[in-house]
Design a protein around this ligand. Structure first.
Ligand code: PGA
Length: 253
């Protein structure tokens, strides 16, 4: 058994008005509070407009809150962006960076993701750094190569097991209902840990959490969460319903 504490993280993406966000966060906090000595940690990442309400709704519970992105600057003339200092100030503990939807929609590069992660650390946030190959890259047998390049380029040199979580999310598995086999997931996670060890040392690599993400549901969570190098899940669609989110968490409770 590893000493790594599992992390069950919900990425709400661009979903939810105030009422929905407060209801969902309240329900998650209540469900988590009903678990005695949970063996995993919980995180919800609402859209920026809901952060304050969600922070208030989960106050006093074991549910942490994170943003879905952050800028790499502390403040200034960056219309539409949110600084990691503001995110921390709003009550967040984490920031997701480099999600494939941002890599695709905003052409975010590894270099930019690295700067965002460094800025998140500087603000006192933990970074959930996302990596993962596209379907074409997988078909070309380049999964490990792509993940390696993304880790080397987007994980800062001062990353630690405390300030960083890596989320492996094959792009073709996100929101599609398709998933890699458990054997594939374990193999890629083990390779990711090897690359982290090359970059940051074996001590940090052995403690760093690597989440799997991509169509995780209550019905398949037991295929992935018990794998040796899987330390939790980053959940999109299924994090929008408390039953599904907790149904996934149940596997590691
Ligand atoms: P999904 O999304 O669970 O809806 O596939 C995962 C993610 O993008 O983080």
């Amino acid at each position: 058994m590893s000493s790594r504490k599992m992390l069950i993280a919900g990425n709400w993406k661009m979903n939810g008005l105030q009422k929905d966000g407060v209801e969902l966060a309240t329900a998650v906090a209540k469900a988590v509070n009903e678990v005695e000595n949970p063996k995993c940690e919980f995180l919800v990442c609402p859209p920026m407009t809901l952060i304050t309400s969600v922070v208030n709704a989960v106050e006093g519970s074991k549910v942490a809150v994170g943003s879905q992105d952050c800028h790499f600057n502390v403040k200034g003339a960056h219309t539409g962006d949110t600084s990691p200092v503001m995110i921390k100030d709003a009550g967040c503990e984490y920031a997701i960076v480099g999600h494939s939807e941002r890599r695709t929609d905003y052409k975010e590069s590894n270099e930019l993701i690295c700067k965002k992660s460094e800025a998140a650390y500087e603000a006192g946030l933990k970074a959930v750094i996302c990596i993962g190959e596209t379907e074409a890259e997988r078909d070309a047998g380049k999964t490990v190569e792509v993940c390696k390049e993304q880790i080397l380029g987007s994980v800062p040199a001062n990353a630690t097991a405390e300030n960083t979580v890596i989320a492996y999310e094959p792009v073709w598995a996100i929101g599609t209902g398709k998933t890699p086999t458990p054997a594939d997931v374990q193999e890629v996670h083990a390779e990711i840990r090897k690359v982290v060890a090359e970059k940051l040392g074996t001590e940090i690599a052995s403690k760093m959490r690597i989440l799997y993400g991509g169509s995780v549901k209550p019905s398949n969570a037991a295929d992935f969460l018990p794998l040796e190098d899987v330390d939790g899940a980053l959940i999109g669609g299924a994090s929008l319903k408390v039953e599904d989110f907790m149904g996934i968490a149940k596997v590691c409770l």
